[in-house]
Design a protein around this ligand. Sequence first.
Ligand SMILES: Nc1nc2c(ncn2[C@@H]2O[C@H](COP(=O)(O)OP(=O)(O)OP(=O)(O)O)[C@@H](O)[C@H]2O)c(=O)[nH]1
Ligand SMILES: [Mg+2]
Ligand SMILES: [Zn+2]
Length: 355
Amino acid sequence: MNLLMKYGLSNRFENEASLYPELSLARITAQYRGLYKIVTASGERQAELSGKLRHETKELAKFPTVGDFVMISPNADGNALIHHVLTRKSIFLRTAVGVSDQAQPVAANIDTVFLCMSLNHNFKLSRLERYLSVAWDSGATPVIILTKADLCVDLSQAVSQVERVSSFSDVITTSVYESDAVKKLGLYLKPGTTAAFIGSSGVGKSTLINKLMGTEVLATGEIGKADKGRHTTTGRELFPLPCGGAVIDTPGMRELGAESVDLSKSFDDIETLAAGCKFANCTHTNEPGCEVRQALSDGVIDQRRLNSYFKLKQEAGYDGLNSKQIEVKKLERMFQEVGGMKNARKFAKEKRRQK
Ligand SMILES: Nc1nc2c(ncn2[C@@H]2O[C@H](COP(=O)(O)OP(=O)(O)OP(=O)(O)O)[C@@H](O)[C@H]2O)c(=O)[nH]1
Ligand SMILES: [Mg+2]
Ligand SMILES: [Zn+2]
């Protein structure tokens, strides 16, 4: 059997790989100091970038990362050489620490992002909103996992709070003391799919993955340790699961950059209200005919959620822009590498015509 079938391989990638008959298909399972751990049809091995690929890749986000399907050739020294990265179906990015303006790839080709938050003192709705925005932007579907349900005093209240900020996502609660986690998460882990676990250190990501694997493969740690800034999981790694799907474990991410966030999905209620404001450039602070302020005074939305919306909008560099302007700004960013605003305008015009 092709080993890659256990590692989330689907037809889409098999088809694209057939365009390179002289190379073989592999998936990146881990990455450390310039070296990659990959799995091929027949087994695991190490790989490095070909000189050409390294030279031609200008953007940090375009470098191969965990979850990428790549085309390789054997190399004399035993390590394989990576020549191409197959077209990604999704990419989870974070703003790199210490490298300004460059987004760093966290995981590629993920179908589901399990956003984990624990129900004890890690519980913070604004954090979840931020994670949700970044997740929607990745192209994968976020599913919210509230961990450590055993430590929560009022579970139904916590869940309804979370449901209010996550209109499009499923919400799941788990606890190590209950055995149904595998069943709950298994729904999202069909063969040929990949899920990534994202969330602060110590919320129980590796604990859940161990449960899914049915063995204690991964080290798990004490939350006290994690609070002091140490992570139990130190690198990202992709694992095959008995149920057929593949999962990526990640270390807790301190600051997930809010770069290029999709506000329309995680704040769809506010964005919908905003569309009805009297002025197209309404800032929802003191303008007459503001639907957002109206909803606030009617108790339809609360101040905390509105503050999160403002904060995220500001951080994303979209402060003071309405949703149409945000779209233009996004296009601008998207097209920076392929010819700038001229192309973006053309693209936007065509898109408008299609509507
Ligand atoms: N009470 C309780 N503790 C849990 C639960 N799940 C995990 N823990 C504990 O929380 C601690 C951290 O769990 P990990 O799985 O290592 O957390 P992690 O998210 O992988 O952390 P990093 O690898 O640092 O990002 C461990 O001591 C676990 O035993 C739970 O449902 N209830
Ligand atoms: Mg871990
Ligand atoms: Zn308004």
